[in-house]
Design a protein around this ligand. Structure first.
Ligand code: GTP
Ligand code: MG
Length: 420
C-alpha cells in the first residue's frame, strides 16, 4: 500500500517523509528522475533500473567512468550523422562557392600592397605601425593611388565623366532639354541624338548600324535552361557570339543597346531584371548575348542560383570558336567586387577569353575613375585568358562606347569588309 502510495504521489513526496523510509525514497527519486529529464530520452527506464538496483557505492563508481566519457562519445556519435544530414541538405552551389572562395583566398592580389611596393611608400603593416598600430582604411589607401596622366587624358578626351551642364542633364535623363539646347534631332546623327557623347562613328560602322532606323537589333531567342540554349544554337543567324556578363544592375542590357544604337534590350533600375539568356542578332553578322546578373537580385535565392548555373554552364561549354569574347561589365564606382573576382577566376580557369568594361563613368569623379582603373588593371594583368585592356564607358551618355563597338566589329572582321 505504502509502495503504491509512493509510486502514485512521486511528485508530492517531501524530503522529511522520504528520510524516514530511505528505500522508498530511493525508488521515488529514481521514478521521478526520468520525468524531469523529459520525454526525449526513451531508454531512461534502463538507467532507472540500474540506478535503483545499485545499492553499493562500488557499482556507482563502475558506472561513472562511462558517464564521464559519455559527452565526447555521444557528441561525436551524434555530430556525425547530424553533420551528414547538414551536408546532404547543403546546396551544391554552396559547395562550389566554398571551393571558389578557397581558391580565391590563395590567389587573391591585394592591389593596395602592390601599390606600396611600387611607389616605395610604406606598406600596410609599416604604415599601421607609424600611425600607432592603427588599421589604415582602404579608402585612405585608395586616395593615395597614383593617377596616370595618360588615363586622365583619355577620360577628358572621351568625356567619360564630363561635369558640364549638358552632361549633367543627360545623366539626369533630361534628354528633351538637352536636345532642345544642344542637339536638335533633325541636325545630328542618331548616335549623337541618343548618346550625345558617342562621338563620330567610322563611316563603315555608321553604314552598318544605320542613321535613321534605331531598332536593328532583333531578339532571336530567350533561354532559361541549358537544353534551350543548345536548341537555340542552330537557329541563330550567326556563329559569332559576344556575351555580356556582370553583377546585377551594372548596365549589361544598356551596353548592348548603346553598342548597337538600339532600344531592343530591356533595362530597368531593378537588380535582376534580365532573368534568362537573351540572344540578340545584329543582322546576320553577330549575336550579342545578354545574361542575367550575379550577386544581389530582387528574386529568390533559388532562382538566382539557377541563373548562375545557367550562365556558368553556357560560358564553359560554348566553345572558343563560337563564343569569341565575354565582356564582364563592372560598376566604375565600385571596381572589382568579391563576386566579380570569383567570376573572373572561373572564366580564366575555364579558358574563356574575357575583357573588363567599367560602366557608369558619368557617376564618377575623374580622379577617382583614374584610380579605380589602376586597381582594376592591376588585378586583370595577373589573370590568364584576360584581355589586358580595360574599357571605360557610360551607357547613359555614350562616352567610350564607340571604342568597344569598334573592337567588336574588328573581332567579327566587319570593319573594312565588303559585306557591310
Ligand atoms: N548613370 C548611369 N546609369 C546607367 C548607366 N548604364 C545603365 N545605367 C542604369 O542602370 C540601371 C540598370 O541597367 P540595366 O542595363 O538594366 O542593368 P543590367 O546589368 O542589365 O541589370 P540586370 O538585368 O538586372 O542584371 C538602369 O536604370 C540604367 O538606366 C550609365 O552608364 N550611367
Ligand atoms: Mg539586364
Amino acid at each position: 500500500m505504502l509502495g503504491c502510495r509512493c509510486r502514485l504521489s512521486v511528485g508530492r513526496l517531501v524530503a522529511g517523509r522520504c528520510a524516514l523510509r530511505p528505500r522508498l525514497a530511493l525508488v521515488a527519486a529514481a521514478r521521478a528522475q526520468p520525468r524531469r529529464r523529459g520525454r526525449v530520452q526513451e531508454p531512461a527506464d534502463e538507467d532507472l533500473f540500474s540506478f535503483s538496483s545499485a545499492s553499493g557505492p562500488g557499482t556507482r563508481e563502475e558506472e561513472e567512468p562511462p558517464r564521464a566519457q559519455a559527452p565526447p562519445t555521444e557528441g561525436s556519435g551524434d555530430a556525425g550523422p547530424q553533420r551528414d544530414v547538414r551536408d546532404a541538405g547543403k546546396n551544391r552551389y554552396d559547395k562550389i562557392a566554398l571551393r571558389r572562395r578557397e581558391h580565391l583566398r590563395k590567389s587573391r592580389v591585394d592591389t593596395f600592397d602592390l601599390l606600396d611596393e611600387k611607389t616605395g611608400s610604406p606598406g600596410r603593416g609599416a604604415r599601421a605601425a607609424a600611425v600607432g598600430a592603427k588599421e589604415v582604411s582602404n579608402r585612405a589607401l585608395f586616395r593615395q593611388t597614383p593617377v596616370d596622366a595618360k588615363v586622365m587624358e583619355k577620360i577628358k578626351s572621351l568625356r567619360l565623366c564630363d561635369e558640364n551642364r549638358a552632361a549633367q542633364r543627360v545623366a539626369k535623363g533630361k534628354m528633351r532639354a538637352f536636345k532642345r539646347d544642344v542637339s536638335p534631332t533633325h541636325k545630328v546623327p542618331v548616335q549623337m541624338r541618343f548618346y550625345p557623347f558617342f562621338g563620330d562613328v567610322e563611316p563603315e560602322i555608321t553604314k552598318f548600324l544605320g542613321v535613321a532606323r534605331r531598332d536593328k537589333l532583333r531578339l532571336v531567342a530567350t533561354c532559361s535552361t541549358v537544353r534551350q540554349v543548345e536548341e537555340a544554337g542552330p537557329r541563330l543567324p550567326s556563329n559569332f557570339e559576344v556575351a555580356f556578363a556582370g553583377r546585377s544592375n551594372v548596365g549589361k542590357s544598356s551596353l548592348i543597346n548603346a553598342l548597337s544604337l538600339a532600344t531592343c534590350a530591356k533595362s530597368a533600375n531593378v537588380p535582376g531584371y534580365t532573368q534568362s539568356l537573351h540572344f540578340y542578332s545584329l543582322k546576320d553578322h553577330m549575336s550579342l548575348v545578354d545574361m542575367p546578373g550575379y550577386g544581389y537580385a530582387s528574386a529568390g535565392y533559388d532562382r538566382v542560383e539557377k541563373w548562375n548555373d545557367l550562365v556558368d554552364t553556357y560560358l564553359v561549354s560554348r566553345g572558343k570558336k563560337r563564343l569569341r569574347r565575354v565582356y564582364v561589365v563592372i560598376d566604375a564606382r565600385h571596381g572589382i567586387k568579391q563576386n566579380d573576382r570569383e567570376f573572373l577566376h572561373m572564366l580564366s580557369k575555364a579558358k574563356v577569353k574575357f575583357q573588363v568594361v567599367m560602366n557608369k563613368t558619368d557617376a564618377c569623379k575623374p580622379s577617382d575613375l583614374a584610380k579605380r582603373w589602376w586597381h582594376v588593371n592591376e588585378e586583370i594583368k595577373r589573370l590568364p585568358n584576360a584581355v589586358h585592356r580595360v574599357h571605360m564607358c557610360s551607357c547613359r551618355t555614350g562616352a567610350g562606347v564607340q571604342e568597344i563597338t569598334r573592337e567588336i566589329y574588328s573581332l567579327a572582321k566587319l570593319i573594312g569588309s565588303s559585306n557591310l
